[in-house]
Design a protein. Sequence first.
Length: 224
Amino acid sequence: MSDTTQLAAPPIVDRSTWESARAALLAEEKALTHAQDRLNATRRRLPMTQVSSAYMFSDPRGTVTFGELFDGRRQLIVYHNMLSTDDDHICLGCSLFSDGLGNLAHLRARDTTFVMVSAARVPEIEAVKTRLGWTFPWYSSHGTTFHHDFVTARNAKFGLSVFLCRGADIFQTYFTTGRGVEYASTFRALADLTPYGRGEDWEDSPAGWPQVPTHSWERLNDQY
């Protein structure tokens, strides 16, 4: 173990003083949580816009339509990984986000599919997945304008989009980039970005939104 005694550190106080300081911070943390809940409620009320282009995507199994990315679920979250064609650069930020992804079964239980999409070719994507040990779905949009239409047209290099499927129609409901994706790789944080949220009855959602009693859907990841 390295010697850290010379590093700057928080001041040392007695237990009572520490408890008081911790209680004051806890009040601020709770306030931030409630503010985040209100922001999520506002996000669930965002309007949506229809996706009119017919995009095609590829992975080692073949080619799929945009609608097939949903995998039979109503909501789709797409992380736009900036891996590009003929470039061996692996974005550190995109990789840190990817490393934070947990078991996607919990998100799928919320009627939501997660996929990653890049403009790179399938072999280029698979090489990165193999090297870094990732197993989440990652598709190539090579040969389409998908990455431009949803990312670079917004002056971004990477980002996260949310889509809703209604019948044969697909709508975009949300997009974020930059620090907006920093904390979004846990399943609860990802669910909070979708129009239907976590789907629990404590959430402030518009009338008619699908909701179930709090915690009633929770399972071990092998019980879904």
